[in-house]
Design a protein around this ligand. Structure first.
Ligand SMILES: NC(=O)c1ccc[n+]([C@@H]2O[C@H](COP(=O)([O-])OP(=O)(O)OC[C@H]3O[C@@H](n4cnc5c(N)ncnc54)[C@H](O)[C@@H]3O)[C@@H](O)[C@H]2O)c1
Ligand SMILES: O=C(O)C(=O)C[C@@H](O)[C@H](O)[C@H](O)COP(=O)(O)O
Ligand SMILES: [Zn+2]
Length: 368
């Protein structure tokens, strides 16, 4: 398995994950080992393309490598951009001898991963995450997708990467709000799986909130925490790669988060939506008698310590949010379902199911 690859993390995944300072300089070598190919298509956004896409592309022969970029932001994770990128690949002459390298945050990882999963029915993709959120969550597990006006990630595919290359050095250029938003998925990993990881994230969250990547010991501490998150995610997806059951716990906070994102036309950062979604869903879990009293306050404290929003955006219509939850992929027979915690490190499960049906009235009474 992947652990046999030199320098890869020892994880229960069918592909190697590398996480170390300077790893981006070895992408040429890693790609030749993990996905040997004739052509290389580096897909990025215009910001990350300039910062890293060009130098990563330069690690491959110039006559068979091209950098493709789109504008940055969640609003670009669309079917239109998928069509634009697949057309550009066809025009360039890409074929089944092409490897895609996704260099960017979760938007690029999801979109370029979806391009790779569909182009000529599937090309290898190497994920090179450049945001904290993409390093700890989006780059691992093989979910790829685009958004639609009906909601988040509604058109997509499971398509595992051939390798994941995490280089924490690239975090230094991240805007403060984007860096912070990655802490939300790390807090989520603590809540769903590991109280001691939750505490470790909390111990560092204030320093990241106040000093960003200039926080004392940032490089060493963030590398340890990224590895902790990747391990939690890897253990979940190794057991349930296609979300038949257990994997739904990675969706804690996301029923509300995705609904809020849709209602706000994808104008907020995913991590910020997850932060407020976790607090809201912990309140739902408490109010239906599932979670221990105090859980929602504990998660709200964690989220606030990280400088993230703990309340739904002012003025947003709760009715609109509740209506949007019905489009969630976990919904069944018209009912929204939520993956809910009982406590930190303890998720609700009943009869092998990891998501609970909650009525609109219960949601309204918990959140209004
Ligand atoms: N597939 C999954 O399992 C999974 C998991 C979690 C989130 N996601 C998806 O990830 C997306 C959110 O990703 P995100 O939070 O990384 O946002 P993002 O990809 O939109 O990136 C945020 C911003 O950071 C900039 N940026 C990226 N790296 C940079 C760097 N090193 N230096 C300077 N600027 C940089 C980008 O240009 C962009 O403007 C959402 O669409 C979400 O649905 C997917
Ligand atoms: O990997 C997973 O599974 C997750 O749910 C991780 C989430 O953080 C991520 O936002 C994912 O894209 C959500 O997936 P979706 O299936 O709810 O769209
Ligand atoms: Zn998420």
């Amino acid at each position: 398995m992947a652990g046999a690859r030199p320098n890869a993390l020892d994880l229960p995944l069918p592909y190697p994950v590398y996480a170390r300072a300077g790893a981006r300089h070895a992408i040429g070598e890693i790609a030749r080992l993990a996905a040997p190919s004739h052509r290389v298509a580096v897909i990025s956004d215009t910001v990350v393309g300039r910062l890293h896409g060009e130098s990563i592309a330069a690690q491959f022969p110039a006559d068979s490598t091209r950098l493709f970029t789109i504008p940055p932001g969640e609003q670009e994770k669309t079917r239109d951009r998928w069509a634009e990128l697949t057309d550009a690949l066809l025009e360039w002459g890409a074929g089944r001898d092409t490897t895609v390298i996704a260099v960017g945050g979760g938007v690029i990882g999801d979109l370029a991963g979806f391009v790779a999963s569909t182009f000529m029915r599937g090309l290898p993709v190497i994920q090179v995450p450049t945001t904290l959120l993409a390093m700890v969550d989006a780059s691992v597990g093989g979910k790829t997708a685009v958004d639609t006006p009906f909601g988040k990630n509604l058109v997509g595919a499971f398509h595992n990467p051939s390798a994941v290359v995490i280089d924490p050095e690239v975090l230094v250029t991240l805007p403060a709000d984007v860096l912070r938003s990655g802490l939300a998925e790390m807090i989520k990993h603590g809540v769903i799986a590991d109280p001691s990881y939750f505490d470790a994230v909390l111990r560092f969250a204030g320093a990241v909130r106040d000093h960003g990547a200039q926080a004392p010991d940032f490089a060493a501490t963030i590398t340890t925490l990224i590895t902790g998150s990747v391990r939690i995610k890897a253990e979940v997806v190794a057991e349930d790669s296609r979300e038949g059951g257990l994997r739904q716990i990675l969706n804690f906070g996301h029923t509300i988060a995705h609904a809020v994102e849709r209602v706000l036309n994808f104008e907020l950062l995913h991590g910020d939506a997850v932060a407020m979604g976790m607090v809201a869903e912990a309140r739902i879990a408490e109010s239906i008698g599932l979670a221990r009293a105090g859980l929602a306050v504990a998660i709200a404290d964690a989220v606030e310590r990280a400088g993230l929003p703990s309340r739904l955006p002012p003025g947003i219509s709760l009715d609109d949010v509740i209506a949007a939850t019905h489009g969630d992929k976990k919904a069944r027979a018209g009912s929204a379902r939520y993956s809910l915690p009982r406590g930190i490190g303890e998720m609700e499960t009943a009869d092998g199911k990891w998501a609970v049906a909650v009525s609109d009235e219960q949601v309204r009474s918990a959140l209004s």
